[in-house]
Design a binder for this molecule. Structure first.
Ligand code: ARG
Length: 456
């Protein structure tokens, strides 16, 4: 029976205890819990709420508990309701009555809110590093494929040729915004809720700012009710994970497509591909598929945390214990997927020569002809119409655009001249692009340089 249950005549029913225990999940936050407790004790000492000698004893007990958990000597099971009560119980076992002073001017409500924020700070920092690692991997491949030409798609139909580096740089930009979102989240997480106590603060002369400072946090959560009852930081973080996963799932999907025989563009190293238990010829993109599939888990945690928090009256409610399930699941899955994606990409080769020849004269160069006519002062709509006729002719004759005779072009528009064929190579189409942020080698180089500087 917990030490705080003196008003009860019976201890909690076994089934009810098992049902309500959360230590299987919050047990992973033992270090955050201990770090928070040590800061709290130091503050209590400074404020003379407990004596220096008492504080010292509690701190050294906390430190040895940390060592024992880390080494595996101290194990918890579901009978320990949560990590906070477990550690408190252990302290009292170690140092007796003095240990009972640890919880002075504190509640598990502000304690758990702090643990989560400390955990978030640590995990956000790791996630940012992992994201940057993936960006660097993509950047390396981009630099290798500065002149590799691939079809660019809309509606998964060939649209216009692009540089493969440009395509990958789009992902680098997306991941860059994910980093920004995480940094933003970090700013808001970096405030201490400790000292809010159960919900309304305390009559004891604590110093919340001192505790925050000891914890290396950038201030306190001002409103005590807000401090113990808000989980919008967790929601914001998990939303960011969900966005990271959307981005990853798109890249994963492209890798699946590119590695198909139809695309025949990407080749996974054997160490990152799988066979079939039935079909001997298969080399399957399971790793990319699993990243795509695991996206569902992270979306699940987002819906989960939103549902837990929906309509909860202020302040703390036990429902909120469920938040750590969603939080840790989102952290672990997102981190795993980011890491494995970098590994997969490092073990994938892309064929430089796969598309360029095929794209010369391809229908995906039609816009080149439209722009050609526009430069000859034909209104865009009319130019589009004329080239539409060229396309229809090419389709009916099963010919490429560069196989249509000049005479036929001229029949459609007298503005077509012999030099039109210069515009019908994949390379010229890319080289001729002028606009900022386009797929031209000059612009792609600019992006490459930008990211090299930023990521170094
Ligand atoms: N295990 C609880 C949680 O994670 C800790 C807070 C308990 N507070 C309470 N009033 N029962 O939410």
């Amino acid at each position: 029976m917990p030490t705080w249950n003196s008003r009860f005549k019976k201890s909690l029913d076994e089934k009810a205890l098992k049902f309500s225990s959360s230590i299987d999940i919050d047990g992973k936050l033992y270090n955050e819990d201990i770090v928070g407790s040590i800061a709290h004790v130091k503050m209590l000492m400074k404020q003379k709420i407990i004596s220096y000698a008492e504080g010292k004893k509690i701190i050294s007990a906390l430190e040895s508990i940390r060592k024992e958990i880390l080494s595996g000597k101290l194990k918890y099971d579901w009978r320990n309701e949560d990590i906070h009560s477990f550690i408190e119980e252990q302290i009292t076992k170690k140092i007796g009555a003095i240990g009972k002073k640890l919880h002075t001017a504190r509640s598990r409500n502000d304690q758990v809110a702090l643990d989560e924020r400390l955990y978030l700070k640590k995990e956000i920092t790791t996630l940012i590093k992992t994201l940057i690692g993936l960006q660097k991997t993509l950047l390396k491949i981009s630099s290798k494929h500065k002149s590799t030409i691939v079809p660019g798609y809309t509606h998964l139909q060939r649209a216009q040729p692009i540089l493969f580096a440009h395509h990958l740089l789009a992902y680098i930009s997306m991941l860059g915004r994910d980093v920004e979102r995480l940094n933003d989240c970090l700013k808001r997480a970096d405030k201490s809720p400790l000292g809010a106590a159960a919900l309304s603060g305390t009559t004891l002369p604590i110093d919340r700012n001192y505790t925050a400072k000891l914890l290396g946090m950038k201030g306190i959560v001002e409103n005590s009710l807000d401090a113990v009852s808000s989980r919008d930081i967790v929601i914001e973080f998990i939303s960011t994970c969900a966005i990271i996963m959307v981005n990853l799932s798109r890249l994963a999907e492209e890798l699946v497509l590119w590695s198909s025989q139809e695309f025949a563009f990407a080749q996974f190293d054997d160490s990152f591909a799988t066979g079939s238990s039935l079909m001997p010829q298969k080399k399957n993109p399971d790793i990319a598929e699993l990243v795509r599939g695991k996206t569902g888990r992270v979306y699940g945690t987002l819906i989960g945390i939103l549902t837990v928090m929906k309509s909860l009256p202020l302040a703390y409610n036990r429902d909120m214990q469920e938040d750590k399930f969603h939080l840790t699941e989102a952290v672990n899955t997102t981190k795993d997927c980011l890491e494995i994606m970098a590994g997969l990409l490092k073990h994938t080769s892309f064929r430089k020569d796969r598309f360029e020849k095929e794209l010369d004269g391809d229908l995906s160069l039609s816009t080149e002809l439209v722009d050609y006519l526009v430069r000859k002062e034909i209104p865009f709509r009319e130019a589009h119409n004329n080239v539409g006729k060229v396309v229809a002719l090419a389709v009916s004759k099963k010919k490429k655009l560069n196989e249509i005779l000049l005479a036929d072009y001229k029949k459609i528009s007298p503005k077509f001249e012999k030099n039109l064929y210069n515009f019908l190579t994949a390379k010229s189409s890319i080289n001729n692009r002028l606009s900022d942020g386009s797929t031209s080698p000059k612009e792609v180089d600019k992006q490459l340089k930008f990211w090299m500087r930023k990521l170094s």
